[in-house]
Design a protein around this ligand. Structure first.
Ligand SMILES: C[S@@+](CC[C@H](N)C(=O)[O-])C[C@H]1O[C@@H](n2cnc3c(N)ncnc32)[C@H](O)[C@@H]1O
Length: 307
């Protein structure tokens, strides 16, 4: 399981650029284009919220837990529609940002929480967090299935019968690589090995689920599968749009002296984080888009109902 320090390394450095390029409470996960790539990113993210809320049978007054709530876009959609939102994140800057926007959030790991603290929910949503629940060491020790089963038990114990869980996650694609042999930082630029090695540094403490089948198998003792669909192509489009928005934002920050502090803060990461150069290079080389295009990563959107 990625620790709070590891989650901070993954997300906190991008706080300013992310909020400036996409908005204060933007989503950092694949949008829902549903085959229509003429949509704007904003529209596709809004459509994702609508589609998820419909899937969980949302009604005003619903109490919804968002495990891994990021900068809080879904929390704010729930609140706007008359629901009660609670987010969990391990990133201090994300938690601060949610609180600045009057969204309910706890800087906590789900595995350290229980019914006494959280109470029950009408529905649980988790988007882009499942990827962080198992580390490479845990995978190599054979603990991955148990961790996922524990997560589904956690969700089931916080839902009433018939309550729905929406899960969106990246998984390994055409094959599950060997974490060490198939990821080599000194491999040639452009190779799968180089990209995988940089992504391992980008997401410290994290190892992807093996595939949709593994997830469903771990959930089945607690949940019935209601619906699922593949979001790989939508994620490729989302990544293209993020890159365009971030590039525009960088140029804007360079041109506008009042925003030079953003560039300065970003530069400070070279001193604070020994892997920051790899993190930045990974972004500049579009590694995250490339892995979906090469089918090294896949992406799943799964709706469950508590048995
Ligand atoms: C890719 S972001 C997704 C954020 C948001 N769901 C979205 O779609 O924009 C992953 C989120 O999962 C959170 N996370 C990862 N592991 C977690 C854990 N064990 N407990 C709580 N949150 C966790 C991170 O802090 C981060 O907010």
């Amino acid at each position: 399981m990625a620790t709070q320090d590891e989650i901070s390394l993954t997300y906190d450095w991008m706080d300013d650029i992310f909020r400036l390029s996409l908005g204060e409470t933007a989503d950092i996960s694949g949008a829902y284009y549903d085959g229509d790539y003429s949509k704007t990113l904003e529209q596709a993210q809004q459509d994702k919220h609508e589609w998820i809320l419909e899937g969980i049978n949302f009604r005003p007054g619903f109490r919804v837990l968002d495990v891994g709530s990021g900068w809080g876009n879904l929390l704010s959609a729930i609140k706007r529609k008359g629901g009660y939102e609670l987010g969990l994140t391990l990133s201090p800057v994300q938690a601060q940002s949610c609180r600045r926007n009057q969204l309910e959030v706890m800087l906590k790991d789900w595995k350290d929480l229980g019914l006494k603290v959280l109470g029950r929910f009408d529905s649980i949503i988790s988007i882009g967090a499942f990827e962080h629940f198992c580390s490479i060491d845990e995978y190599l020790r054979g603990a991955q299935q148990n961790i996922y089963a524990k997560f589904f038990r956690f969700c089931a114990s916080h839902l009433s019968q018939g309550g729905r869980l929406y899960l969106q996650t990246m998984t390994w694609g055409k094959m599950v690589p060997d974490p060490y042999k198939d990821a080599r930082i000194n491999a040639r630029e452009g190779t799968d090995e180089k990209i995988l090695a940089r992504l391992r540094l980008f997401y410290p403490g994290s190892w992807l689920p093996l595939g949709k089948e593994q997830i469903v198998e771990c959930a089945l003792p607690f949940f019935e599968l209601i619906d699922e669909n593949n979001g790989r192509l939508d994620y490729i489009q989302t990544r293209k749009e993020w890159r365009k928005a971030a590039d525009r934002c960088f140029i804007d920050c360079l041109r506008d002296p009042s925003k030079w502090t953003v560039i300065g803060k970003l530069g400070l990461n070279f001193f604070k984080d020994r892997d920051f150069a790899h993190r930045l290079k990974s972004y500049l080389c579009n590694d995250q888009r490339e892995v979906f295009e090469r089918r090294i990563f896949d992406h799943h959107r799964i709706l469950f109902e508590k048995k």
